[in-house]
Design a protein around this ligand. Sequence first.
Ligand SMILES: [Zn+2]
Length: 337
Amino acid sequence: MALRFFRFSHLLGAAAIAALLPLAAAAQDPVPAKQVFGAVTLPSSGAPAPIGSYAKGCLAGGLQMPADGASWQAMRLSRNRRWGTPELLGFLERFSGDAAKLGWGRGILIGDMSQPRGGPMLNGHASHQIGLDADIWFRPMPAKPLSAEARETYPFASMLDKSKFLTVDPQRWTPTHAKLLLKAAAEPEVERIFVNPAIKKKLCDTWTGDRSNLGKIRPMYGHDEHFHIRLKCPPGDKACKPQAAVASGDGCDKSLAWWFTPEPWAKPKPKPDQKPAKPRFTTLADLPKACAAVLAAPAAGGARVDAGGGARPQLRPAKTGLVPQGDVPDAEGGEDQ
Ligand SMILES: [Zn+2]
């Protein structure tokens, strides 16, 4: 039974716009935007809309990915980061079915998506801010459903042999891993996929099928325990700022070879006589103006997801204070480069 994710108009409500005005003063305060967005536990009411860019933006009218589906399980539920646009939820549902058909267990384990109203996060990611990014584990969904408790502690599995420099562990990597990544890359709405440079190299060295979408799979720090799928701005979403298109070709070139040089791993050397730069954090004023309205908007009564089979979205009760964070360090800087 198919989930249906409804999209209404692309406009923010007039009430939300009016609420922007008193926030103008607050936007002057140098409060890190990640603290504000990281404290919100429910989505804004109104139409779903990605606003701004993947690493500097927010999400209006976010929808929550159901914790369970026929071919997916969402993980680390306490992080409250399984929110997205209807396009992302619909994509994950379809892709999870394709993954199961490829032989990827019962389907996929879904990691972080976005916060209820998107925006910067207190830890873990540079992007994931507008409801179009999702992390997928490099472990398939097991046959027996994991309890909510087990989903908090279920261990990640790195694809790397950590005793060597940037090397995929041949004991862990299988042809199905490669098929899964290339299947995702072949989807027209997928903009980029981030994987560890060692994984990209493995694909470059071993993939014998169609390579026309291999260029969408990009090498990045981390991403050895999960891969990161980024969707394009949905057509008609004018507030969504697209990223520059990936260069043509399969990406198995100098840009990949660079990752295997010392340069990306060297600590930046401070220049002599240079004063240490003040740490600069993103404030609300750095984000698109509409993000203040998203923060000020009333909470949605519920995500507009018609699951048809009883898999209702599990909305948390409204409350103040920080959402408990997962304990898994996960570096994803620089994804918007
Ligand atoms: Zn990610």
